[in-house]
Design a protein around this ligand. Structure first.
Ligand code: PHE
Length: 362
């Protein structure tokens, strides 16, 4: 047996191999303990002494070539085998349904509210949840002796750093000045202050976000909830403009038949001020639904949805609109309340329990 004829044999054998089993048999035939290579090796001692080193080297290189050949064939045959495996696919089975997440109902309603005002030309801003006491109260004409400035009515922070500004630049102060104590904003109205300080009229903006009040949690109160603030400042802005904008909003949000009423109210940062009710979206203002007292409006026929008014001159003074040329209106609404009215939800806590049985319904 010589190397040349072995090589020829290998070439003709390998051409015939078409399965992994055949490849294994080939491997044993050549590389096995009693295989062809072993036999060639056993013949070396019978060669002339000067031929032995060359013969040894040739056999070794043939052995390595054989190993590479077998490896590459094994890779090809395994790939082929994986494609040829019969697959039992039952095309009548239902497909795998992927769970697709969706936005939280509050986010959906907040997006809807913001979308309506953006379509009316309002620009969207966000203010920080950590506010200065000044922006949250005094700039909004709420005096320091007002009960809502009381630490029991507001979450104050025990830190010396000032909040992020609307442009996201952090203004560090080691010692907060008077009025510069930090707190979790109790309404989105400080958003008015931040935007007005930065932009001159005409300006129309909405500021959505979270607000915090240390209310005991029950079916209609939560220590954290969401508001959307809106305001517009220009020359000759009148209360009728406010009415027009809110009426447009409520018709798009709650339906074209929705009626609105303004009740006089008091807010320190608006004058005159009002609370706005819409006709009950469940009973249509009748106070009764299916001959029973309507459970959503409690028989009143009206639902309170927001607070509003004409921006107080002291607020303009605080932001530097002091030349008396401008007037404006502002409003603020609770997102949880509107969502509860819209979907007939009677407990605010369900929004924050992360119960998929509830969240999946939206
Ligand atoms: N900030 C008020 C609140 O939280 C709502 C409001 C905003 C009222 C703007 C009037 C104008 O109750």
């Amino acid at each position: 047996m010589d190397i040349k004829s072995v090589k020829a044999q290998i070439d003709s054998d390998i051409d015939k191999i078409n399965s992994l089993e055949a490849l294994e048999a080939f491997s044993v035939k050549y590389l096995g303990r009693k295989g062809v290579i072993a036999e060639l090796t056993s013949q070396i001692p019978s060669l002339a002494a000067e031929q032995r080193p060359d013969a040894g080297r040739d056999i070794n290189s043939l052995k390595n070539q054989l190993k590479d050949l077998i490896d590459s064939h094994r890779a090809i045959l395994s790939r082929q085998a994986s494609f040829q495996k019969p697959r039992s696919v039952d095309i009548t089975l239902p497909g795998t349904i992927q769970d697709i997440g969706n936005k939280h109902p509050l986010t959906q309603v907040m997006d809807e509210i913001c979308g309506i005002f953006v379509s009316l030309g309002f620009k969207l801003f966000e203010g920080p949840e950590i506010e200065t006491e000044y922006n949250n109260f005094q700039a909004l004409n709420i005096p320091l002796n007002h009960p809502s400035c009381d630490p029991f009515d507001t979450f104050y922070l025990d830190t010396g750093f000032a909040a992020k500004d609307t442009d996201n630049t952090e203004k560090k102060q080691q010692k907060p000045k008077a009025n510069q104590r930090l707190l979790l904003r109790s309404h989105t109205s400080p958003g008015q202050i931040r935007v007005m300080k930065k932009y001159k009229p005409p300006v129309a903006a909405i500021v959505p976000g979270k607000v915090y009040r240390p209310d005991a949690t029950d079916a209609s109160h939560s220590f954290m909830f969401h508001q959307v603030e809106g305001f517009l400042v220009d020359k000759d802005v009148k209360f009728s403009d406010l009415k027009g904008v809110l009426e447009e909003f409520s018709k798009i949000m709650f339906g074209a038949d929705t009626k609105m009423r303004f009740r006089p109210h008091f807010f320190p940062f608006t004058e005159p001020s009002a609370e706005v009710d819409i006709s009950c979206i469940i009973c249509g203002g009748e106070g009764k639904s299916l001959a029973k007292t309507c459970s959503v409006c409690k028989g009143k026929g009206w639902l309170e949805i927001l607070g509003c008014g004409m921006i107080h001159p002291n607020v303009f003074k605080a932001v530097g609109y002091s030349d008396g040329k401008f007037t404006g209106f502002a409003f603020g609404m609770g997102v949880e309340r509107i969502t509860m009215l819209k979907y007939g939800i009677d407990d605010i806590r369900i929004f924050f329990e992360n119960d998929l049985r509830f969240l999946k319904q939206f």
